[in-house]
Design a protein around this ligand. Structure first.
Ligand code: AP5
Length: 214
């Protein structure tokens, strides 16, 4: 059986995760799973998860780890059976990364092939999100919440990138270029990582807190 393609997109709010994940999913024929989209869907449908997380999303805080994991486990496992996934916006905390690794082990053989990071300066992130607020009115796109989401990214999520870099999984791309150029650079980086993965398939650096499959 061909191994499923497993990609993560870890980047700050407004960096272009959703934009690039949709293109990557179409390009590789894999599922696009967005933790933020799924959370917003739960909120709009008034599910049990949605009622709990609504306040977190409105403030720009991270939803509780256990709820996010619970929400993502089934879609990710389904996507693995169907060829793979690009996970947009997950993991965001060390606990999420470790829990994903535990689930991957439990259900067998989900090998992470690349973690994509899009680098964009703070001012450009604010500009994009405020422009989107004016266009689309997403409720967490306002000055105060944007500032908080960026702080949360710096405190909780950015520290994960070092461990992925140590494991040789990180594909870092300049996210300030036009969308098509960003996409082309991401695909080049991912294809290089996949070729390397095929040559040296195996677990990561044993000293990393994120060692192992995901
Ligand atoms: P989430 O939905 O993940 O939002 P986010 O991280 O704030 O990211 P955005 O959707 O704002 O931006 P993006 O990077 O996807 O960029 P996009 O492509 O849209 O999370 C929302 C909330 O849900 C979180 O705050 C948290 O509360 C919760 N949550 C989500 N995941 C969680 C998790 N794992 N754990 C706990 N809580 C979680 O682009 C942005 C704009 O820029 C668009 O208008 C786009 O057209 C434009 N753009 C994109 N690329 C370019 C480019 N190259 N040049 C110019 N403009 C561009």
């Amino acid at each position: 059986m061909t191994e499923a393609l497993s990609l993560l997109l870890v980047a700050p709010p407004g960096a272009g995760k959703g934009t690039q994940a949709a293109r990557l999913a179409a390009h590789y024929g894999i599922a696009h799973i967005s933790s933020g989209e799924l959370l917003r869907k739960n909120v709009s449908e008034g599910t049990g998860i949605g009622r709990i997380v609504a306040g977190y999303l409105a403030r720009g805080d991270l939803a509780p780890d256990e709820l996010v994991i619970e929400m993502l486990t089934v879609p990710v496992l389904e996507a693995v059976r169907e060829g793979g996934f690009v996970l947009d916006g997950f993991p965001r905390t060390l606990r999420q990364a470790q829990e994903a690794q535990r689930v991957a082990r439990q259900f067998g053989g989900i090998q992470l092939q690349a973690v994509i990071h899009l680098a964009v300066e703070r001012e450009e992130l604010r500009r994009r999100l405020l422009a989107r607020a004016a266009r689309e009115g997403r409720s967490d796109d306002n000055e105060e919440t944007i500032a908080h989401r960026l702080e949360v990214f710096d405190a909780e999520t950015d520290p994960l990138l070092g461990s992925y870099a140590e494991r040789g999984l990180l594909v870092g791309v300049n996210g300030e270029q036009p969308v098509e150029q960003v996409f082309s650079d991401v695909v080049t980086g991912v294809d290089r990582r996949r070729a390397a993965h095929r040559r040296h398939s195996g677990p990561g650096d044993a000293s990393s807190p994120l060692k192992g499959p995901v």
